[in-house]
Every structure is written in C-alpha cells, then in structure tokens.
Design a protein. Sequence first.
Length: 155
Amino acid sequence: MPAPLKITLTEEEDRTLRELSYANGVPQRVKQRASVLRLNACGWKVQQIAAHLDWAPQTVRETIHRWQERGLGGLWEAEGRGRHRRWTQADWQALEQWVNEPRRYSAAQLSHKLYQERQVELGQEQVRRILKKKLHLETDSISSAGSAHNHLLSS
C-alpha cells in the first residue's frame, strides 16, 4: 500500500486555491485539483478524496504530486494537449476560393485538390463538415448584419 500523502498549505496558498476553486473562467479540472489539495491539507486521505470526487485514487495522488513538483502551475494542463488541426487559415482560403469558382466541386474532389495542391490530407467528410460549419457561420453573420441593417432602415 502506498505511503499516505499529506501536504501543508500556507494561508496564502490556501486562499489562492480557494479562490481558484470558485473563480469564473478557470477550467473545471483546475478547480477540482485545487479542491483536492485543500481537502488533503485538511487531513482527508487519498481514498476519501477519491470517493468524494468519484475519481480514481491514482488521479488524486498524481494531483498531489503535481502540486509538490510544480506548485500552482501543476494545476493546469500541459501545453500541446489534444489533436492539432491539419489545415491552416490559408488552406481554408484556398478551399473558399475553389468553392466560389464557376465550376462545382464535390467534397471528394475538394479533398483531392487540397492534397494535390497544398499537401493537406483531409477526408471528404471532414471537408464537408468544415465547409458546412464555415459557410453556416458566414451566412449567420451576413443575415444578422442584414437584419440589423433592415432594422435601421425601418426606424
């Protein structure tokens, strides 16, 4: 069985963690980690904290170790988490230009053209989703600008 983990917080650290656990705009995971540390400093054992938060005990231990090793910065996720986009704004602009040409392209053709001309590998379904999302956002902003314009004209 692992040795019990116990941290001691200064008044300032406790105040900072308390404020973090209630702050707006702070990721939920950071708030939970701050609560883990405060509970541990109050004497709660790893198993009790894990049961209270419905976490695995190892996750609680890792949170405490992160605090011990990195301090406050250990509460946030490391940079570079998650998958990175395969396409850039310049790729989107090329796609937009091709869509606005007089010739019609299918999503499969656009996917192939992206690969041939820009060395970007996107499947046809992903191209379709990107176009649908981007074009939907643009039409929403145009229609809301148009309704604002119409409202001004009727005033």
